[in-house]
Design a protein around this ligand. Structure first.
Ligand SMILES: Cc1ncc(COP(=O)(O)O)c(C=O)c1O
Length: 494
Protein backbone atom coordinates (compact mmCIF):
# COMPACT_ATOMS: atom_id res chain seq x y z
CA UNK A 1 0.00 0.00 0.00
CA UNK A 2 1.51 3.27 -1.04
CA UNK A 3 -1.09 5.73 0.28
CA UNK A 4 -0.45 9.43 -0.08
CA UNK A 5 2.85 8.94 -1.93
CA UNK A 6 0.68 7.92 -4.92
CA UNK A 7 -0.03 11.62 -5.38
CA UNK A 8 3.54 12.27 -6.52
CA UNK A 9 6.13 14.75 -5.31
CA UNK A 10 5.84 17.58 -7.77
CA UNK A 11 2.23 18.71 -7.44
CA UNK A 12 2.31 21.18 -10.32
CA UNK A 13 3.56 18.53 -12.71
CA UNK A 14 1.17 15.90 -11.34
CA UNK A 15 -1.84 18.19 -11.74
CA UNK A 16 -1.24 19.24 -15.36
CA UNK A 17 -2.52 16.07 -17.05
CA UNK A 18 -5.83 16.04 -15.12
CA UNK A 19 -6.89 19.61 -16.02
CA UNK A 20 -9.52 19.18 -18.78
CA UNK A 21 -8.78 20.74 -22.15
CA UNK A 22 -11.19 23.18 -23.80
CA UNK A 23 -14.63 21.66 -24.39
CA UNK A 24 -13.85 18.59 -22.27
CA UNK A 25 -16.24 17.87 -19.36
CA UNK A 26 -14.82 16.82 -16.02
CA UNK A 27 -16.49 13.56 -14.94
CA UNK A 28 -18.17 13.81 -11.53
CA UNK A 29 -16.47 11.89 -8.78
CA UNK A 30 -19.23 11.20 -6.30
CA UNK A 31 -19.07 10.46 -2.59
CA UNK A 32 -22.80 10.89 -1.93
CA UNK A 33 -24.51 7.53 -1.29
CA UNK A 34 -27.81 7.09 -3.14
CA UNK A 35 -30.90 6.91 -0.88
CA UNK A 36 -30.83 3.10 -0.78
CA UNK A 37 -27.15 3.00 0.13
CA UNK A 38 -27.67 5.60 2.82
CA UNK A 39 -30.63 3.72 4.26
CA UNK A 40 -28.62 0.49 4.28
CA UNK A 41 -25.62 2.12 5.98
CA UNK A 42 -27.75 3.77 8.67
CA UNK A 43 -29.70 0.57 9.19
CA UNK A 44 -26.53 -1.50 9.58
CA UNK A 45 -25.12 0.98 12.10
CA UNK A 46 -28.42 1.17 14.00
CA UNK A 47 -28.53 -2.61 14.33
CA UNK A 48 -24.94 -2.70 15.63
CA UNK A 49 -25.68 0.03 18.17
CA UNK A 50 -28.82 -1.72 19.43
CA UNK A 51 -26.82 -4.92 19.81
CA UNK A 52 -24.01 -3.02 21.58
CA UNK A 53 -26.37 -1.41 24.09
CA UNK A 54 -28.18 -4.73 24.63
CA UNK A 55 -25.04 -6.50 25.82
CA UNK A 56 -23.69 -3.71 28.06
CA UNK A 57 -25.27 -5.06 31.23
CA UNK A 58 -23.35 -8.32 31.03
CA UNK A 59 -20.21 -7.14 29.21
CA UNK A 60 -16.97 -7.12 31.24
CA UNK A 61 -16.18 -3.79 32.89
CA UNK A 62 -12.61 -4.00 31.64
CA UNK A 63 -10.71 -6.27 29.22
CA UNK A 64 -6.94 -6.08 28.95
CA UNK A 65 -6.16 -9.59 27.61
CA UNK A 66 -3.34 -9.61 25.04
CA UNK A 67 -4.02 -5.94 24.68
CA UNK A 68 -0.75 -5.07 22.94
CA UNK A 69 -0.94 -7.86 20.37
CA UNK A 70 -4.59 -7.21 19.63
CA UNK A 71 -4.04 -3.48 19.31
CA UNK A 72 -1.01 -4.04 17.09
CA UNK A 73 -3.26 -5.95 14.68
CA UNK A 74 -5.37 -2.83 14.26
CA UNK A 75 -2.46 -0.77 12.95
CA UNK A 76 -2.97 -0.24 9.22
CA UNK A 77 -2.34 2.23 6.45
CA UNK A 78 -4.73 4.45 4.53
CA UNK A 79 -6.95 2.29 2.29
CA UNK A 80 -6.90 3.16 -1.40
CA UNK A 81 -10.28 1.54 -2.10
CA UNK A 82 -13.37 1.26 0.02
CA UNK A 83 -14.67 -2.04 1.39
CA UNK A 84 -18.12 -3.27 2.42
CA UNK A 85 -19.74 -1.60 5.42
CA UNK A 86 -20.25 -4.90 7.26
CA UNK A 87 -16.49 -5.63 7.13
CA UNK A 88 -15.66 -2.19 8.45
CA UNK A 89 -18.29 -2.43 11.19
CA UNK A 90 -16.98 -5.89 12.15
CA UNK A 91 -13.54 -4.35 12.67
CA UNK A 92 -14.96 -1.46 14.68
CA UNK A 93 -17.47 -3.29 16.87
CA UNK A 94 -15.62 -6.60 17.03
CA UNK A 95 -11.95 -5.71 17.30
CA UNK A 96 -11.45 -2.01 18.04
CA UNK A 97 -13.67 -1.97 21.13
CA UNK A 98 -12.71 -5.44 22.31
CA UNK A 99 -10.17 -4.09 24.82
CA UNK A 100 -10.05 -1.37 27.40
CA UNK A 101 -12.46 0.07 29.91
CA UNK A 102 -16.13 -0.37 29.21
CA UNK A 103 -16.90 3.25 30.01
CA UNK A 104 -20.41 3.00 28.56
CA UNK A 105 -21.35 0.13 30.88
CA UNK A 106 -23.10 0.17 34.26
CA UNK A 107 -20.09 -1.26 36.10
CA UNK A 108 -17.91 1.73 35.26
CA UNK A 109 -17.45 3.28 38.70
CA UNK A 110 -13.90 4.53 38.11
CA UNK A 111 -12.54 8.09 37.66
CA UNK A 112 -15.56 10.25 36.70
CA UNK A 113 -17.85 8.33 34.36
CA UNK A 114 -19.05 10.05 31.21
CA UNK A 115 -22.48 9.61 29.67
CA UNK A 116 -23.35 8.65 26.11
CA UNK A 117 -27.13 8.80 25.81
CA UNK A 118 -28.17 7.80 22.33
CA UNK A 119 -30.38 10.89 21.93
CA UNK A 120 -27.23 13.00 21.83
CA UNK A 121 -25.64 10.69 19.26
CA UNK A 122 -28.72 11.15 17.08
CA UNK A 123 -28.33 14.92 17.48
CA UNK A 124 -24.70 14.58 16.33
CA UNK A 125 -25.78 12.58 13.31
CA UNK A 126 -28.19 15.34 12.37
CA UNK A 127 -25.75 18.18 13.14
CA UNK A 128 -22.95 16.58 11.19
CA UNK A 129 -25.11 15.73 8.20
CA UNK A 130 -26.60 19.23 8.06
CA UNK A 131 -23.07 20.58 8.55
CA UNK A 132 -24.27 24.16 9.02
CA UNK A 133 -21.64 26.68 10.04
CA UNK A 134 -22.35 27.97 13.55
CA UNK A 135 -19.14 29.87 14.30
CA UNK A 136 -20.88 33.02 13.11
CA UNK A 137 -24.52 33.94 13.78
CA UNK A 138 -25.23 34.74 10.13
CA UNK A 139 -24.02 31.28 9.07
CA UNK A 140 -26.99 29.57 10.67
CA UNK A 141 -29.04 31.92 12.86
CA UNK A 142 -31.54 29.22 13.80
CA UNK A 143 -28.99 26.68 15.00
CA UNK A 144 -27.02 29.41 16.79
CA UNK A 145 -30.24 30.38 18.56
CA UNK A 146 -30.81 26.80 19.72
CA UNK A 147 -27.27 26.72 21.13
CA UNK A 148 -27.84 30.08 22.79
CA UNK A 149 -30.99 28.62 24.36
CA UNK A 150 -28.86 25.82 25.82
CA UNK A 151 -26.35 28.33 27.21
CA UNK A 152 -29.18 30.42 28.68
CA UNK A 153 -30.62 27.31 30.39
CA UNK A 154 -27.19 26.59 31.87
CA UNK A 155 -26.75 30.23 33.01
CA UNK A 156 -30.22 30.12 34.63
CA UNK A 157 -29.33 26.81 36.29
CA UNK A 158 -26.23 28.25 37.98
CA UNK A 159 -28.15 31.41 38.97
CA UNK A 160 -26.46 33.88 36.59
CA UNK A 161 -28.24 37.06 35.43
CA UNK A 162 -28.95 38.50 31.97
CA UNK A 163 -25.39 39.79 31.34
CA UNK A 164 -24.04 36.27 31.56
CA UNK A 165 -23.16 34.04 28.63
CA UNK A 166 -20.93 31.19 27.69
CA UNK A 167 -19.62 28.74 25.17
CA UNK A 168 -19.86 25.04 24.55
CA UNK A 169 -16.48 23.43 24.10
CA UNK A 170 -15.01 19.95 24.02
CA UNK A 171 -14.78 19.33 27.77
CA UNK A 172 -13.91 20.57 31.24
CA UNK A 173 -10.20 21.02 30.54
CA UNK A 174 -10.82 23.33 27.59
CA UNK A 175 -13.50 25.24 29.54
CA UNK A 176 -11.06 25.87 32.40
CA UNK A 177 -8.35 26.86 29.94
CA UNK A 178 -10.65 29.50 28.40
CA UNK A 179 -11.64 30.65 31.90
CA UNK A 180 -8.04 31.14 33.01
CA UNK A 181 -7.28 32.94 29.76
CA UNK A 182 -10.35 35.18 30.17
CA UNK A 183 -9.43 36.00 33.78
CA UNK A 184 -5.88 36.71 32.68
CA UNK A 185 -7.01 39.17 29.98
CA UNK A 186 -9.50 40.86 32.33
CA UNK A 187 -7.26 41.16 35.36
CA UNK A 188 -3.72 41.41 33.97
CA UNK A 189 -3.90 42.52 30.34
CA UNK A 190 -0.55 41.66 28.76
CA UNK A 191 1.56 42.02 31.90
CA UNK A 192 1.93 38.58 33.49
CA UNK A 193 4.81 39.52 35.79
CA UNK A 194 4.47 38.21 39.34
CA UNK A 195 0.92 36.98 38.62
CA UNK A 196 -0.42 34.34 41.04
CA UNK A 197 -3.23 31.78 40.78
CA UNK A 198 -4.54 29.97 43.88
CA UNK A 199 -6.24 26.61 44.07
CA UNK A 200 -6.43 23.68 46.47
CA UNK A 201 -4.50 20.42 46.46
CA UNK A 202 -7.80 18.77 45.47
CA UNK A 203 -8.15 20.74 42.23
CA UNK A 204 -8.23 18.75 39.01
CA UNK A 205 -4.86 18.84 37.24
CA UNK A 206 -6.54 20.64 34.32
CA UNK A 207 -6.30 23.81 36.45
CA UNK A 208 -2.49 23.68 36.51
CA UNK A 209 -2.44 22.71 32.86
CA UNK A 210 -4.75 25.60 31.95
CA UNK A 211 -2.44 28.01 33.75
CA UNK A 212 0.60 26.77 31.85
CA UNK A 213 -1.27 26.85 28.51
CA UNK A 214 -2.45 30.37 29.30
CA UNK A 215 1.16 31.50 29.55
CA UNK A 216 2.07 31.15 33.23
CA UNK A 217 5.10 29.33 34.60
CA UNK A 218 4.04 26.30 36.66
CA UNK A 219 5.26 27.92 39.89
CA UNK A 220 2.73 30.74 39.40
CA UNK A 221 0.07 28.34 40.68
CA UNK A 222 0.03 28.41 44.47
CA UNK A 223 -1.45 25.14 45.72
CA UNK A 224 -3.21 25.48 49.08
CA UNK A 225 -3.62 22.50 51.41
CA UNK A 226 -7.26 21.48 51.75
CA UNK A 227 -8.99 21.07 55.12
CA UNK A 228 -10.06 17.80 56.80
CA UNK A 229 -13.08 17.64 54.46
CA UNK A 230 -10.90 18.10 51.37
CA UNK A 231 -12.23 21.65 50.86
CA UNK A 232 -10.13 24.68 50.05
CA UNK A 233 -9.06 26.12 53.41
CA UNK A 234 -9.95 29.84 53.29
CA UNK A 235 -7.73 30.68 56.31
CA UNK A 236 -4.78 29.06 54.56
CA UNK A 237 -5.68 30.98 51.40
CA UNK A 238 -5.70 34.24 53.35
CA UNK A 239 -2.25 33.46 54.77
CA UNK A 240 -0.91 32.53 51.33
CA UNK A 241 -2.09 35.82 49.87
CA UNK A 242 -0.57 37.76 52.75
CA UNK A 243 2.73 35.99 52.30
CA UNK A 244 2.56 36.81 48.56
CA UNK A 245 2.42 40.55 49.23
CA UNK A 246 5.12 41.18 46.58
CA UNK A 247 3.11 39.13 44.01
CA UNK A 248 -0.02 39.92 41.96
CA UNK A 249 -2.79 37.51 43.02
CA UNK A 250 -5.58 37.62 40.43
CA UNK A 251 -7.39 34.27 40.32
CA UNK A 252 -8.78 31.65 42.71
CA UNK A 253 -10.01 28.34 41.28
CA UNK A 254 -12.46 26.49 43.52
CA UNK A 255 -14.00 23.04 43.17
CA UNK A 256 -17.68 22.16 43.06
CA UNK A 257 -17.15 18.41 43.10
CA UNK A 258 -13.48 17.47 43.23
CA UNK A 259 -12.32 14.44 41.28
CA UNK A 260 -10.78 12.65 44.26
CA UNK A 261 -13.69 12.82 46.69
CA UNK A 262 -16.45 14.97 45.16
CA UNK A 263 -15.84 17.62 47.82
CA UNK A 264 -17.47 21.00 47.27
CA UNK A 265 -15.59 24.09 48.47
CA UNK A 266 -17.28 26.80 50.53
CA UNK A 267 -18.33 28.78 47.48
CA UNK A 268 -20.09 31.59 49.37
CA UNK A 269 -17.08 32.07 51.68
CA UNK A 270 -14.74 32.09 48.69
CA UNK A 271 -16.93 34.60 46.84
CA UNK A 272 -16.76 36.93 49.89
CA UNK A 273 -13.00 36.46 50.02
CA UNK A 274 -12.51 37.13 46.30
CA UNK A 275 -14.73 40.23 46.41
CA UNK A 276 -12.71 41.57 49.33
CA UNK A 277 -9.38 41.00 47.58
CA UNK A 278 -10.56 41.87 44.07
CA UNK A 279 -9.80 38.39 42.71
CA UNK A 280 -11.47 36.53 39.85
CA UNK A 281 -13.23 33.43 41.19
CA UNK A 282 -13.51 30.47 38.82
CA UNK A 283 -15.40 27.37 39.95
CA UNK A 284 -14.64 24.00 38.40
CA UNK A 285 -18.09 22.39 38.51
CA UNK A 286 -17.23 19.93 35.73
CA UNK A 287 -18.33 16.96 37.82
CA UNK A 288 -20.66 18.59 40.34
CA UNK A 289 -22.46 21.31 38.37
CA UNK A 290 -25.51 19.45 37.10
CA UNK A 291 -26.42 18.30 40.61
CA UNK A 292 -27.87 21.83 40.74
CA UNK A 293 -30.93 20.16 39.25
CA UNK A 294 -31.50 18.66 42.73
CA UNK A 295 -32.29 20.40 46.04
CA UNK A 296 -29.22 18.82 47.61
CA UNK A 297 -27.00 20.16 44.83
CA UNK A 298 -28.42 23.66 45.17
CA UNK A 299 -27.84 23.60 48.96
CA UNK A 300 -24.29 22.36 48.79
CA UNK A 301 -23.29 24.71 45.93
CA UNK A 302 -24.86 27.86 47.42
CA UNK A 303 -22.83 30.88 46.30
CA UNK A 304 -21.88 29.39 42.91
CA UNK A 305 -23.76 32.20 41.18
CA UNK A 306 -21.24 34.69 42.60
CA UNK A 307 -18.31 33.15 40.72
CA UNK A 308 -16.98 35.09 37.73
CA UNK A 309 -16.82 31.93 35.65
CA UNK A 310 -17.85 28.29 35.91
CA UNK A 311 -16.77 25.08 34.16
CA UNK A 312 -19.57 22.59 33.50
CA UNK A 313 -19.22 19.22 31.82
CA UNK A 314 -22.47 18.06 30.24
CA UNK A 315 -20.57 14.91 29.27
CA UNK A 316 -20.50 14.05 32.95
CA UNK A 317 -23.59 15.15 34.91
CA UNK A 318 -25.91 15.50 31.91
CA UNK A 319 -24.94 12.05 30.61
CA UNK A 320 -23.99 13.35 27.15
CA UNK A 321 -21.22 11.79 25.05
CA UNK A 322 -17.58 12.80 25.55
CA UNK A 323 -16.72 16.03 23.79
CA UNK A 324 -19.29 18.26 25.49
CA UNK A 325 -18.04 20.87 27.96
CA UNK A 326 -19.21 24.38 28.81
CA UNK A 327 -17.75 27.59 30.16
CA UNK A 328 -20.14 30.11 31.66
CA UNK A 329 -19.17 33.67 32.60
CA UNK A 330 -21.10 36.05 34.80
CA UNK A 331 -20.44 38.87 32.35
CA UNK A 332 -20.25 37.78 28.72
CA UNK A 333 -18.35 40.93 27.77
CA UNK A 334 -15.28 39.48 29.57
CA UNK A 335 -15.35 36.50 27.22
CA UNK A 336 -15.66 38.84 24.24
CA UNK A 337 -12.83 41.10 25.44
CA UNK A 338 -10.54 38.07 25.69
CA UNK A 339 -11.40 36.41 22.36
CA UNK A 340 -12.77 38.94 19.84
CA UNK A 341 -10.70 39.05 16.67
CA UNK A 342 -11.69 39.38 13.03
CA UNK A 343 -10.22 39.41 9.53
CA UNK A 344 -10.85 40.95 6.09
CA UNK A 345 -12.43 37.78 4.74
CA UNK A 346 -14.99 37.81 7.58
CA UNK A 347 -15.89 41.53 7.43
CA UNK A 348 -19.16 40.96 5.55
CA UNK A 349 -20.40 38.32 7.95
CA UNK A 350 -19.20 39.24 11.46
CA UNK A 351 -22.07 40.63 13.49
CA UNK A 352 -21.97 44.22 14.63
CA UNK A 353 -23.12 43.50 18.16
CA UNK A 354 -26.82 42.59 18.16
CA UNK A 355 -26.23 38.85 17.83
CA UNK A 356 -23.70 36.41 19.20
CA UNK A 357 -20.92 35.16 16.96
CA UNK A 358 -19.41 32.22 18.84
CA UNK A 359 -16.03 32.79 17.18
CA UNK A 360 -15.86 36.20 18.86
CA UNK A 361 -16.24 34.76 22.36
CA UNK A 362 -14.31 31.50 22.03
CA UNK A 363 -10.99 30.21 20.64
CA UNK A 364 -12.74 28.32 17.80
CA UNK A 365 -13.95 29.32 14.35
CA UNK A 366 -15.23 26.25 12.46
CA UNK A 367 -16.81 23.61 14.63
CA UNK A 368 -19.81 21.32 14.78
CA UNK A 369 -23.25 22.50 15.92
CA UNK A 370 -22.51 21.26 19.43
CA UNK A 371 -25.63 22.81 20.91
CA UNK A 372 -27.87 20.24 19.22
CA UNK A 373 -26.25 17.53 21.31
CA UNK A 374 -27.70 19.19 24.42
CA UNK A 375 -30.83 20.70 22.91
CA UNK A 376 -32.27 17.53 21.34
CA UNK A 377 -31.99 15.27 24.44
CA UNK A 378 -33.55 17.99 26.60
CA UNK A 379 -36.38 18.42 24.09
CA UNK A 380 -36.99 14.67 23.92
CA UNK A 381 -36.61 13.87 27.62
CA UNK A 382 -37.16 17.08 29.60
CA UNK A 383 -34.88 18.15 32.45
CA UNK A 384 -36.95 16.24 34.99
CA UNK A 385 -35.60 12.99 33.55
CA UNK A 386 -32.05 14.19 34.24
CA UNK A 387 -33.02 15.33 37.73
CA UNK A 388 -34.44 11.86 38.41
CA UNK A 389 -31.21 10.21 37.26
CA UNK A 390 -29.07 12.49 39.43
CA UNK A 391 -31.28 11.89 42.48
CA UNK A 392 -30.93 8.16 41.94
CA UNK A 393 -27.12 8.52 41.80
CA UNK A 394 -27.07 10.60 45.01
CA UNK A 395 -29.11 7.92 46.78
CA UNK A 396 -26.94 5.12 45.45
CA UNK A 397 -23.82 6.87 46.75
CA UNK A 398 -25.41 7.20 50.23
CA UNK A 399 -26.31 3.53 50.13
CA UNK A 400 -22.75 2.59 49.10
CA UNK A 401 -21.40 4.74 51.93
CA UNK A 402 -23.56 2.88 54.49
CA UNK A 403 -22.60 -0.48 53.00
CA UNK A 404 -18.89 0.38 53.23
CA UNK A 405 -19.26 1.46 56.85
CA UNK A 406 -20.69 -1.98 57.57
CA UNK A 407 -17.56 -3.75 56.22
CA UNK A 408 -15.22 -4.78 59.06
CA UNK A 409 -12.15 -2.56 59.43
CA UNK A 410 -12.96 -0.39 56.46
CA UNK A 411 -12.53 3.35 56.88
CA UNK A 412 -14.49 5.75 54.73
CA UNK A 413 -11.96 8.50 54.06
CA UNK A 414 -14.56 10.82 52.60
CA UNK A 415 -18.32 10.44 52.88
CA UNK A 416 -20.12 11.51 49.70
CA UNK A 417 -20.81 15.23 49.26
CA UNK A 418 -22.15 14.10 45.89
CA UNK A 419 -21.66 10.62 44.39
CA UNK A 420 -18.03 9.74 45.13
CA UNK A 421 -17.04 7.65 48.15
CA UNK A 422 -13.36 7.13 49.00
CA UNK A 423 -12.34 4.37 51.42
CA UNK A 424 -9.58 2.01 52.47
CA UNK A 425 -9.28 -1.11 54.58
CA UNK A 426 -7.16 -1.29 57.71
CA UNK A 427 -4.35 -3.86 57.75
CA UNK A 428 -1.65 -4.43 60.34
CA UNK A 429 1.05 -3.53 57.77
CA UNK A 430 1.60 -2.82 54.05
CA UNK A 431 -1.70 -1.00 54.02
CA UNK A 432 -1.26 0.79 50.68
CA UNK A 433 -0.06 -2.33 48.87
CA UNK A 434 -2.88 -4.45 50.30
CA UNK A 435 -5.53 -1.90 49.42
CA UNK A 436 -4.19 -1.85 45.87
CA UNK A 437 -4.39 -5.66 45.82
CA UNK A 438 -7.94 -5.49 47.12
CA UNK A 439 -8.99 -3.12 44.35
CA UNK A 440 -7.15 -5.15 41.69
CA UNK A 441 -8.90 -8.33 42.86
CA UNK A 442 -12.32 -6.67 42.61
CA UNK A 443 -11.51 -5.28 39.15
CA UNK A 444 -10.24 -8.69 38.04
CA UNK A 445 -13.78 -10.04 38.48
CA UNK A 446 -14.65 -7.66 35.64
CA UNK A 447 -18.11 -6.87 36.92
CA UNK A 448 -17.22 -3.36 38.06
CA UNK A 449 -14.23 -1.10 37.58
CA UNK A 450 -12.95 0.99 40.49
CA UNK A 451 -10.03 3.44 40.53
CA UNK A 452 -7.73 4.67 43.27
CA UNK A 453 -6.12 7.88 44.41
CA UNK A 454 -3.99 9.27 47.18
CA UNK A 455 -5.65 11.03 50.14
CA UNK A 456 -3.79 12.34 53.19
CA UNK A 457 -0.70 10.62 51.81
CA UNK A 458 -2.28 7.15 51.66
CA UNK A 459 -3.86 5.08 48.89
CA UNK A 460 -7.66 5.16 48.81
CA UNK A 461 -10.15 3.36 46.58
CA UNK A 462 -12.89 5.47 45.03
CA UNK A 463 -16.34 4.64 43.78
CA UNK A 464 -17.89 7.28 41.53
CA UNK A 465 -21.52 6.65 40.61
CA UNK A 466 -22.46 8.74 37.60
CA UNK A 467 -23.08 6.44 34.65
CA UNK A 468 -26.76 6.69 33.70
CA UNK A 469 -26.84 2.90 33.29
CA UNK A 470 -25.69 2.26 36.87
CA UNK A 471 -28.56 1.25 39.14
CA UNK A 472 -28.97 -0.38 42.53
CA UNK A 473 -28.13 -3.90 41.37
CA UNK A 474 -24.75 -2.73 40.04
CA UNK A 475 -23.76 -0.90 43.22
CA UNK A 476 -24.92 -3.87 45.28
CA UNK A 477 -22.77 -6.12 43.09
CA UNK A 478 -19.77 -3.83 43.67
CA UNK A 479 -20.30 -4.07 47.43
CA UNK A 480 -20.58 -7.85 47.25
CA UNK A 481 -17.36 -8.12 45.26
CA UNK A 482 -15.58 -5.79 47.68
CA UNK A 483 -16.77 -7.75 50.73
CA UNK A 484 -15.85 -11.13 49.26
CA UNK A 485 -12.43 -10.07 48.01
CA UNK A 486 -11.62 -8.44 51.34
CA UNK A 487 -12.44 -11.68 53.16
CA UNK A 488 -10.26 -13.66 50.72
CA UNK A 489 -7.40 -11.21 51.16
CA UNK A 490 -7.63 -11.28 54.96
CA UNK A 491 -7.88 -15.10 55.05
CA UNK A 492 -4.84 -15.30 52.82
CA UNK A 493 -2.86 -12.91 55.04
CA UNK A 494 -3.72 -14.60 58.35
C1 LIG B 1 -13.48 18.04 38.60
C2 LIG B 1 -13.00 17.90 37.19
N1 LIG B 1 -12.59 18.98 36.52
C3 LIG B 1 -12.15 18.91 35.26
C4 LIG B 1 -12.08 17.72 34.61
C5 LIG B 1 -11.55 17.66 33.20
O1 LIG B 1 -12.62 17.51 32.34
P1 LIG B 1 -12.44 16.88 30.88
O2 LIG B 1 -11.97 15.49 31.09
O3 LIG B 1 -13.82 16.98 30.32
O4 LIG B 1 -11.47 17.71 30.15
C6 LIG B 1 -12.49 16.55 35.27
C7 LIG B 1 -12.43 15.24 34.59
O5 LIG B 1 -12.79 14.22 35.11
C8 LIG B 1 -12.96 16.65 36.59
O6 LIG B 1 -13.35 15.56 37.27
Amino acid sequence: MKGPTDFGKDQARALRPIVPGSGERLAACTIEPDPEEMRALLHAVTERLIEFIGQLDTAPAQVMDDVRERTEKLRHGMPKFGRPAEDVLDCLFGEAIANGNNSAGPGYLAYVPGGGIVHAAVADLIAKTLNRFVGLWAGSPGLVQLELNVLRWFCDLVGYGPESGGILCSGGSMATFSAVFTARRRKLGDDLARARIYTSDQAHHSVRKAAVLAGFAADRVHVIASDENFRLDIDALEKAIQSDSDQRPFLVVAQAGSTNTGSVDDLGGLADFCDLHDLWLHVDAAYGGFFLLTDHGRDIMAGLERAHSITLDPHKGLFLPYGTGALLVRDESDLRAAHAMTADYLSDIVDQGANTDFCMISPELSREARGLRVWLPLQLLGYDTFRGQLLEKLRLARWAYQALLALPDVVVVSPPDLTIVAFRARFARDEDALNKRWMAAVNARRRVLLSGTSLNGAFAIRICILCFRTHFEHVEMAMRDLAEELTILRDHKS
